[in-house]
Design a protein around this ligand. Structure first.
Ligand code: ATP
Length: 362
């Protein structure tokens, strides 16, 4: 079952919340939709669920077109499961009843599951590790247990597609990490196709097979987590996902010269062609080092503007050519606020970079 979204747009009166969205998802993929608040993530999920109709474009699930501007299949007629940020549990049903309900009412439950309802309930309770909580009411559960009930309820009827809208954002930091691995193992065990909305880049990087990065109602990049992180194709993706610093300048062949320091030439460390065309050199905080002395003529002068101790590393903000940059370093030899320093690209980053123009002679 493939999910295809083609030229999908959504307007609320004159406001265009989504514009010309195109992507397709293969069966069993775990896709994260990542973007800042207000970029249209929930709107996209609600269109896929059938709570909203497209203004333009189509949504196809399997071989059925489920949404277009003239016809929208309602959520109960789509073979989907949903998990919300708010858990949305029913206060009058216990844990087991939350799982039984979709088995009795979801219209796509297979004959096999219908015949073996008790076994399915047992299997699902086992997957989410709530076997000994089956008679507990929602008010008697912790936040993480509530979220597991919401997950169990969504996966019980074995939907084709599982839509999750920031399912972990109401949990504390430690529980979020724990639930991340639970959702990953749930994905492995069920092989469900998952669309997972989040504004947390580390969550998307850690869990997804592919990430759809959105900004202002449009897709900036769709790729694997490693590609998104190491090879951002737009300044937005570089900044939002990799927290990259962006130097503006000119590319000539495989060398970059910052506009404000013509004496410097930085080599290509695998920068995407689109970024080169825009005249940017994106560099992440952990790819730079700070020094007290100018050790080479390739070092850029900077001033320390803020310091944060993070336990196993230091985070510095520095003023570089009128811009604020972020740099992560080890704990040794700390710098002071207001200190004049120099920054350079780490040697190992330069050495590990692959030349983009290799010529093979056969
Ligand atoms: N029913 C509506 N009527 C008018 N505008 C809406 C409606 N629903 C959403 N919007 C607007 O569409 C834009 C996208 O909203 P959406 O909820 O999809 O964003 P989001 O990326 O999910 O944000 P968040 O991470 O804060 O939940 C926002 O500017 C929002 O105000």
């Amino acid at each position: 079952m493939t999910i295809k979204v083609q030229r999908l747009s959504k307007r609320f009166s004159s406001f265009e919340a989504l514009r010309h969205i195109d992507f397709s998802i293969e069966k069993g993929e775990f896709i994260a939709i990542l973007g800042p608040s207000g970029c249209g993530k929930t709107t996209l999920l609600r269109l896929l669920a059938g709570f909203l109709s497209p203004t333009e474009g189509t949504i196809t699930i399997g071989d059925q077109e489920v949404g277009n501007p003239t016809k929208t299949l309602p959520p109960e007629k789509r073979n989907i499961g949903m998990v919300f940020q708010s858990f949305a549990l029913w206060p009058h049903l216990n844990v087991a009843e939350h799982i039984r309900f979709p088995l009795q009412h979801h219209r796509f439950v297979s004959e096999e599951i219908k015949q073996n309802q008790k076994k399915r309930m047992g299997d699902v309770l086992k997957i989410v590790e709530l076997e000994s909580f089956r008679t507990r009411m929602p008010s008697e559960l912790s936040g993480g247990q509530k979220q597991r009930v919401a997950l169990a309820r969504a996966i019980a009827p074995k939907p084709e597609l599982l839509l999750m809208d920031e399912p972990l954002s109401n949990l504390d930091a430690e529980l979020r990490m724990e639930m991340r691995s639970e959702i990953q193992s749930l994905h492995r065990l069920t092989n469900a196709t998952i669309l997972y909305v989040t504004h947390d880049q580390s969550e998307a990087l850690a869990m997804a097979d592919r990430i759809i990065v959105m900004n202002n109602g449009q897709i900036e990049q769709i790729d694997t987590p490693t590609e998104i992180y190491h090879h951002p194709r737009t300044p937005f993706v570089a900044k939002f996902v990799g927290k990259a610093n962006l130097m503006k300048g000119k590319w000539t062949k495989d060398c970059f010269t910052p506009d404000l320091i013509p004496s410097i030439q930085w080599p290509d460390i695998g920068i995407e062609p689109d970024m080169k065309q825009l005249g940017y050199y994106p560099i992440r905080p952990e790819q730079l080092i700070l020094t007290k002395e100018q050790s080479s003529n390739q070092a850029v002068p900077a001033v320390i503007t803020s310091i944060q101790f993070q336990g196993k590393e230091m985070h510095y903000n520095v003023q570089v050519l009128g811009e604020e940059w972020q740099i992560q370093t080890g704990l040794g030899d700390p710098f002071d606020l207001g200190e004049q320093v120099f920054l350079e690209i780490k040697q190992e980053v330069l050495l590990s970079s692959t030349p983009t123009h290799m010529h093979y002679v056969y």
